[in-house]
Design a protein around this ligand. Structure first.
Ligand code: ATP
Ligand code: MG
Length: 187
């Protein structure tokens, strides 16, 4: 039995399942690359897309505060294409699964209580260099240290309740997108 990470409408319930799906996608991509397809551009597009996707969350504080519209505006003004989006309400266990990497940290209980305390919006975002571009637009974890013009500077109240999440690597972006979205939910 693995850690349950997401529920609701998602078909993926555990970290192991998410990794299994991810491996399937990577295998599919490898097969695609090896194929004798004449469509060189399609192959280039697929390879490009992998590095240009990231995963984001508009966290419960921002949803509760009525900031979803403004944050989505900042995202599209920032040149991101929204490839997947839905409103979900994480259970405590699902939040613990998602942030499992922080389970030894002193703020883990507070973080997972906050993340499961109300609905949030999960996003698959596309842009050239998406992981860094989205983290740059979000700003520093602590809004007091975030640059002017960043989402956390404008919308976050504290280091704990900081409006948005962003993947920290391309690998994690793919894993996190696979936690929350099925292939059919990505446009
Ligand atoms: P996120 O992963 O949510 O995008 P991040 O990558 O900027 O944020 P992490 O170090 O991964 O920062 O921390 C994950 C989350 O844990 C933070 O966004 C914040 O909500 C919470 N957090 C981090 N440090 C603290 C802290 N010192 N006190 C309380 N909460 C914290
Ligand atoms: Mg992080």
């Amino acid at each position: 039995m693995g850690v349950k990470v997401v529920g609701g409408g998602s078909r993926i319930k555990t970290i192991e399942e998410a990794i299994h799906v991810l491996n399937g996608l990577l295998e599919k991509q490898e097969r695609f690359k090896r194929s004798k397809s004449n469509d060189i551009h399609a192959e280039e597009n697929m390879a490009e897309q992998v590095g240009n996707l990231t995963f984001g969350i508009i966290k419960p504080d921002a949803v509760r505060g009525g900031k979803v519209g403004s944050i989505l505006q900042r995202i599209t003004d920032g040149g991101f294409k929204i490839r997947g989006m839905k409103l979900i309400h994480l259970s405590k266990r699902e939040a613990e699964g998602f942030y499992a990497v922080h389970r030894e940290r002193p703020f883990f209980g507070e973080l997972t209580k906050f993340m499961s305390g109300g609905p949030c919006v999960v996003l698959a975002l596309e842009k050239a260099g998406a992981v860094k571009a989205w983290r740059d637009l979000m700003g520093a974890t602590d809004p007091a240290k975030a640059d002017e013009g960043t989402i956390r500077k404008e919308f976050a109240a504290s280091i704990g309740e900081n409006a948005v999440h962003g993947s920290d690597s391309e690998e994690n972006a793919q894993i996190e997108i696979a936690y929350f979205f099925s292939q059919l939910e990505l446009v």
